[in-house]
Ligand binder design. Structure first.
Ligand code: PLP
Length: 435
């Protein structure tokens, strides 16, 4: 399965015809003239001073450099960062350059903040470059024997799934894929039915990248615990889309991206290892900062036990300051308020397009089984999902993502805090005229 990417397909098609290649380069790639001086305090003050809901969400929108006429519905692919995140990275970068320091000593404060934000202990959280890196670290940090089984759904993203397929080549593990069902009791039943005496790991998305289905993670984690199976959650779509409290989810491992719904800098992520798993999981890559002491003459190396032992070598501290600013941003809004607003917009979109002829909505409707992603099929006569997304972007300045995974051939809209009712209504109207 190839990862869906309308830009690349459009670019390749355009490259063949010449002129279209220029048109395919999004105007949004042009650097903005605006400065990024807004601080978190400025935003918090303006957010609190807003006199109406509408004004409050406009204040939120104003924190983004997104072109005003560009309706960006692809946070599930890549989240734009608010000004305070960009400013935090810029400021940290510049201040560290004054004496050319790594700033590693300042990472601890960001970890403390992140652990509070995600509800976990400081030993259990490591910063990564993306969710995929976290999943590779989990898979390669556990010991497997040939014939051990890993269960996952057919709706996993390659970033969550492929690390296990690569591990299969090296260790002889077996991978069992199951249909995820509709997100409620049937999903749990499918997972339960897939377990055998050889099952060592269940790996599922917290929110699927395909249809935006919210998986019953606490129930799956509980099932795994009772059956002695390791529960690994791919939270790339969840962190920032819904409030995430790692301890109460109960899973053994959790990986996530910073650069989607958390709105943190590109190239950020995290990995969580439940306290009780720290003795069973060992980072496969180590180096400076992974030890409590080593002596090359005596030939000794004492490993650091916390998950952060995987943060070896020189790292970018400025982007971590961006992660901190992103958590501040969502904290100002309130993670619950943000989730409610995003779901409200997704439901508005659902209500708007459901009556349109030829539209089939794939995202489950049961309470608790969806959040802020809406996936739907459009008539194939209008082209494949890549054609639809290219058309919407080129002709109507709207960015959605095609969903090729699991043979769905659908289109996915992510509704985030910076989107407006007007943008959602415009999408409904455009689809109405095209269908
Ligand atoms: C469920 C899921 N897992 C993993 C990834 C990969 O994320 P990253 O690029 O941060 O590795 C994505 C990206 O869309 C995703 O949706």
């Amino acid at each position: 399965m190839k990862h869906s990417e309308p830009d690349r397909r459009q670019f390749l098609r355009g490259a063949l015809t010449g002129a279209a290649a220029v048109a395919a380069w999004p105007a949004a790639c042009t650097p903005s003239e605006e400065s990024d001086t807004a601080t978190g305090a400025d935003f918090a003050a303006a957010f609190r001073a807003a006199r109406s809901e509408q004004e409050r969400w406009q204040v939120v929108r104003d924190q983004f450099l997104l072109e005003p006429s560009y309706a960006y519905f692809n946070t599930g692919g890549l989240g734009p960062s608010p000004r305070q995140v960009i400013a935090a990275v810029d400021e940290a970068w510049r201040s560290l350059e004054l004496r050319c320091e790594t700033g590693h000593g300042r990472r601890a404060a960001v970890r403390t903040q992140a652990c509070e934000f995600f509800g976990c202990g400081e030993d259990t959280l490591a910063f990564t470059r993306n969710a995929t890196e976290g999943m590779n670290m989990v898979a390669r940090g556990l010991q497997f024997s040939s014939g051990d089984e890993v269960v996952m759904t057919t709706h996993e993203h390659p970033g969550g799934a492929l690390p296990w397929f690569a591990l299969r080549e090296d260790t002889g593990i077996r991978i069992r894929t199951i249909d995820p069902g509709s997100g409620g009791g049937d999903t749990l039943e499918r997972v339960a039915n897939s377990l055998t005496a050889r099952t060592r790991v269940v790996m599922v998305s917290h929110i699927t990248c395909t249809t935006g289905m919210v998986m019953p993670v606490p129930e799956i984690a509980d099932l795994c615990r009772r059956r002695g199976v390791i529960c690994v959650i791919d939270g790339a779509q969840a962190v920032g889309q819904v409030p995430v409290d790692l301890r109460s989810l109960g899973c053994d491992f959790y990986v996530a991206s910073g650069h989607k719904w958390l709105l943190a800098p590109k190239g950020t992520g995290l990995m969580y290892v439940r306290e009780e798993m720290l003795d069973r999981w060992r980072p496969s890559y180590v180096g400076a900062y992974s030890d409590t002491g080593f002596d090359l003459v005596a030939g000794t190396f004492n490993r650091l036990r916390p998950a952060s032992a995987s943060e070896y070598g020189t790292r970018s501290t400025p982007v971590l300051f961006g992660v901190a600013a992103a958590m501040d941003f969502l904290t100002t809004i309130g993670t619950g308020n943000a989730a409610a607003r995003e779901a409200y917009l997704a439901n508005r979109l659902r209500a708007g397009i459901a009556p349109l002829s030829g539209v089939e909505i794939l995202t489950p409707v049961e309470p608790g089984s969806s959040a802020a992603i809406l996936a739907f099929k459009l008539p194939e006569a209008g082209g494949d999902p890549w054609d639809w997304c290219n058309l919407l972007r080129r002709e109507h300045s709207m960015r959605l993502r095609p969903v090729g995974e699991a043979g769905l051939n659908a289109v996915r809209a992510s509704t985030d805090v910076f989107n407006s009712e007007a943008e959602v209504d415009r999408l409904v109207e455009v689809l109405g005229t095209l269908l």
